[in-house]
Design a protein around this ligand. Structure first.
Ligand code: ADP
Length: 417
């Protein structure tokens, strides 16, 4: 029988799940990421499991049901602390799903308090006085205001979360964090007295997250981006150990699939093309006519793969994206493109691709499902938040839209080699 796990994590998308797993691995935990809620008990000896859901933009009630199903499975594997992971840019729609999922997890655990913070300083996400910064600018100036599915137009996380949850939302600000773990625990007690159910927590450095982590030792539920994870393994007596990130040898051909329209991904696509490497753009309108565009993309890629990585992308700048969305509808356009890219990924693997970079959270979800991956082993990171993973005999990396340096698509293959 496998040993009990310490930390049970529920991630609201697939790239977010690898981002979290990456931070746990770097802090010394052995981690497996599952695609969806497993049907059977865990068959691996690890310290943490990250169950990846695709629940960020689905109906809030459905997201709640799936998250509770994940919670029950993690509890059955012995998890003593639960971590609900969302995006470091707090991606949500007007209905949720960060608030509704947190509410239902709190109810299922029978608790009246948790924290919420997307802070991830290594990736430039900092929270100050409850306001979220991305790099040097506020969330709503970061490009996230143009996100296809979850446009973020308010950087004040108390307001954003309060609109989605039945609990009262408060703040643990940087002054308390600066005083260390005991002060943070004191503030948590005071907030509970005031009837606050969820506290947005400031953090601008990894040192802040380490103090926070120690203060969260006995909290049954943590909700956060991936940053908070760096301070939790120590609570279980675990310290950093590079062995945790070992993966099998990579093999097979190399390709990049990009369905993210974020600013960072637009730069990464431009960088790949500027290096003279082969790139094929997928036109969403052609997809309306059937599978012809998918077949064209694969026919284009086939003869090129032997020479090195190819890129197939639907990534578009905000104006072009808006034109398509106005014509097709946001959800319909998203679904159509995701499914097409997923079929292309499957086709590429059939052509011999064994090292695949996928850009875009929703896109990654669709690709991983199409490839029939159920479990990923987490390896070394390429950039903050993005590790190589291994599963089903191949290597894959799932890059959340806003992550990675401009040369990410080529750097990923250099690193794995
Ligand atoms: P990110 O990680 O940047 O948020 P996602 O993959 O999660 O990226 O979301 C991007 C969404 O935009 C997906 O649903 C994708 O199918 C959709 N999309 C991608 N390219 C286009 C396009 N050219 N037109 C319309 N929608 C698109």
């Amino acid at each position: 029988m496998t040993k009990k796990i310490h930390l049970g994590c529920i991630a609201d998308d697939f790239t977010g799940a690898t981002d979290l797993a990456n931070n746990l691995v770097r802090a010394g935990m052995r981690v497996v990421q599952t695609i969806g809620v497993p049907e059977t008990p865990l068959d691996a000896e690890v310290d943490a499991v990250v169950v990846s859901l695709k629940s960020r933009t689905i109906d809030p009630a459905e997201a709640a049901t799936e998250s509770v199903r994940a919670l029950k499975w993690l509890q059955d594997q012995g998890a003593s602390q639960i971590y609900f992971k969302y995006c470091s840019t707090f991606d949500s729609t007007a209905q949720g799903n960060i608030g509704p999922v947190t509410d239902v997890l709190m109810a299922a655990l029978g608790i009246d308090f948790t924290i919420a913070t997307p802070a991830f300083p290594d990736a430039g996400r900092t929270v100050f006085k409850g306001y979220l910064f991305v790099g040097d600018v506020l969330l709503n100036e970061s490009g996230m205001q143009d996100h296809p599915l979850t446009p973020m137009t308010d950087p004040n996380l108390v307001r954003v979360l309060q609109a989605q949850t039945q609990h009262k939302v408060g703040v643990i600000d940087y002054k308390v964090i600066a005083q260390g773990s005991a002060a943070i625990r004191g503030r948590i007690d005071a907030l509970r007295q005031e009837g606050v159910g969820i506290a947005i927590v400031d953090a601008v450095s990894n040192a802040d997250l380490m103090q926070l982590g120690a203060a969260l030792k006995d909290l049954p539920l943590v909700t956060a981006g991936s940053g908070v994870a760096i301070g939790l393994p120590a609570n279980f007596g675990i310290t950093a150990n590079p062995q945790c990130a070992a993966l099998p040898e990579p093999k097979g051909l190399q390709a990049v699939i990009s369905g993210s329209c974020s600013r960072a991904t637009n730069l990464q696509v431009a960088d790949f093309i500027s290096k003279g490497l082969p790139a094929f753009v997928l036109d969403p309108l052609l997809l309306l006519a059937g599978d012809g565009a998918v077949r064209d993309a694969l026919a284009w890629a086939g003869p090129k793969l032997a020479a090195g990585p190819v890129l197939i992308y639907s990534t578009a700048a905000p104006e072009a994206l808006k034109r398509i969305q106005d014509q097709l509808g946001v959800q319909q356009a998203g679904e159509l493109v995701e499914q097409a890219l997923a079929r292309i990924a499957k086709g590429l693997v059939e052509l011999g691709v064994g090292q695949l970079v996928v850009a875009g959270g929703e896109t990654s979800g669709a690709v991983v499902q199409a490839l029939g991956m159920h479990q990923l082993q987490i390896g070394a990171q390429i950039d903050p938040g993005v590790p190589w993973c291994a599963g089903r005999g191949m290597h894959i990396t799932l890059k959340s839209g806003n992550f990675g340096t401009p040369d990410f698509f080529t750097k990923a293959f250099e690193q794995i080699a």
